[in-house]
Design a protein around this ligand. Structure first.
Ligand code: PLP
Length: 451
């Protein structure tokens, strides 16, 4: 494990404690057995990575921004790939799921049910513009997959333009839109007629759209993240989304915005596209939609795109998608955002976090190349992947969980829940500062050893 960096004591934090599940009598044995089970049956690579990061432990219980492990150690969770906008075990979400589970856990899939009806109406109310019809699924990649299928069926065209660095999921369709060779190459040939352009470059998008639209399959859709999460919280230049909207309109193509990571409050508004006043034709959501308790994804479309699904309601379907438990969780999650003012909280905590990270980048330039983000989605770009691993390990040791970016390992993402308390956030910042300092010192040492 990395040397301690002056650990903030998360146990002293407001919101800490209140744990309900007793710790095991022999945590070492429980953790060692699980590591071995992972190694033998879930893949040795994961266990190896955790050992490398000095995290030979298991998560045990979680509440709000806090997680405690099998040894009783507590961590402030700013990771979770962005799914914990509500923190862990939000009481309203847990209660809604508990009530629904006692009543009816799964749908007959013949009869209709209330939680899905209410959630579809609720999502239409919180989505921008006339996004009105939703299909529910179980993950982000399924939401993107469905959005791509809908775009092809609705337009009768096949071409799709996506961005380099994009992350849309790992099923074959979503992977075809994703922009990282590492995850794409072993699975070629992917779905044909997917083209990639530089993210944030409106002129490049315009040129590619003209050429794909003139091709044999035509241009069905442009798919973009309003902020690229897994590429390392990459924020496009102002006006980029509006330019993408105009390009799509010019060619009669659909704009799909993938808000799986940025949506449901993460960037300080319900959807990140609201910051530019851009309304897509299809919006994909997942992650925090389940309130940090249930897996659920959705794609929501304008009426004119949806028509093709009304002609045949079984064109796209899912056994589990839109199940009553997940819908009940999502309804409670959307309720909590409204009644607890979580969007405003995310925006103001996000400003605080952003400013602190920018200060930190100035102070620890030997380790940090850049910081960027919005709301509660921030990326810290280190000068190298090795430094990213080092800083991550320091942070785990200090009781703070952040996450690397799948498409850019040099960038650590800091994604606290909107329910994090100010003292908890202050401790996260202190731990980040110390970990960045220790990483910068190590970077200096490595440099001078090389000279
Ligand atoms: C923007 C975006 N789209 C899609 C996905 C895929 O979601 P999932 O992992 O739930 O399939 C992710 C996951 O990180 C994402 O960030």
């Amino acid at each position: 494990m990395a040397e301690s960096v002056g650990t903030p004591d998360v146990r002293a934090m407001p919101g800490g404690g209140g744990w309900q599940v007793p710790l095991p009598a022999d945590p070492e044995a429980v953790a060692a057995k699980a590591m071995e089970q992972y190694e033998r049956h879930a893949g040795a690579a994961l266990a190896r990575l955790m050992r490398f990061l000095g995290a030979c432990t298991l998560e045990w219980e979680a509440r709000g921004a806090l997680v405690r492990d099998v040894h009783g150690r507590e961590y402030v969770d700013c990771g979770g790939h962005g799914m914990f906008f509500h923190g862990h075990c939000h009481p309203k979400v847990v209660e809604a799921v508990r009530r629904q589970a006692a009543r009816m856990g799964q749908s007959t899939r013949l009869l209709l049910h209330l939680p899905q009806a209410e959630l579809a109406e609720r999502l239409a109310a919180v989505c921008p513009g006339d996004l009105q019809y939703s299909f529910f699924c179980n993950s982000g990649t399924e939401a993107v997959e469905g959005a791509l299928k809908l775009a092809r069926a609705a337009t009768g065209r096949t071409g799709v333009i996506a961005a380099h660095g994009a992350f849309h999921g790992k099923t074959l369709g979503a992977l075809s839109a994703s922009g990282k060779a590492l995850y794409r190459d072993p699975f070629r040939p992917l779905v044909p007629e997917f083209f990639h352009v530089t993210y944030g470059d409106a002129a490049a998008l315009d040129g590619a759209a003209a050429s794909v639209a003139a091709g044999p399959g035509g241009l069905a859709a442009v798919i973009l993240e309003p902020i690229q999460g897994e590429a390392g919280a990459v924020v496009p230049p102002p006006g980029y989304l509006a330019a993408a909207r105009a390009v799509c309109d010019r060619h009669g193509a659909l704009l799909i915005l993938d808000e799986v990571q940025t949506g449901i409050g993460r960037t300080g508004t319900m959807f990140a596209c609201e910051a530019e006043g851009v309304v897509p034709d299809i919006l994909a959501t997942a992650k925090s939609l389940g309130g940090g308790v249930m897996p659920i994804g959705a794609f929501t479309a304008r009426p004119e795109c949806w028509r093709v699904f009304d002609e045949n309601p079984f064109l796209h379907s899912s056994t589990f998608g839109g199940g009553p438990l997940a819908c009940a969780a999502a309804l409670a999650a959307l309720d909590a955002i409204e009644t607890e003012g979580l969007l405003q909280r995310a925006a103001s905590l996000g400003n605080m976090l952003g400013q602190a990270l920018q200060d930190m980048a100035r102070r620890h330039g030997a380790a940090i190349a850049a910081v960027r983000g919005r709301g509660l989605l921030w990326g810290i770009e280190l000068h190298g992947e090795g430094l990213g691993g080092m800083m991550l390990s320091h942070l785990i040791d200090a009781g703070v969980l952040v996450v690397h970016s799948l498409n850019q390992h040099r960038v650590l993402r800091v994604m606290p829940p909107a329910v994090i308390s100010e003292p908890q956030l202050a401790l996260v910042l202190e731990a980040l500062d110390q970990a960045a300092g220790a990483t910068a010192a190590m970077a200096d040492e490595l440099l001078s050893a090389r000279e």
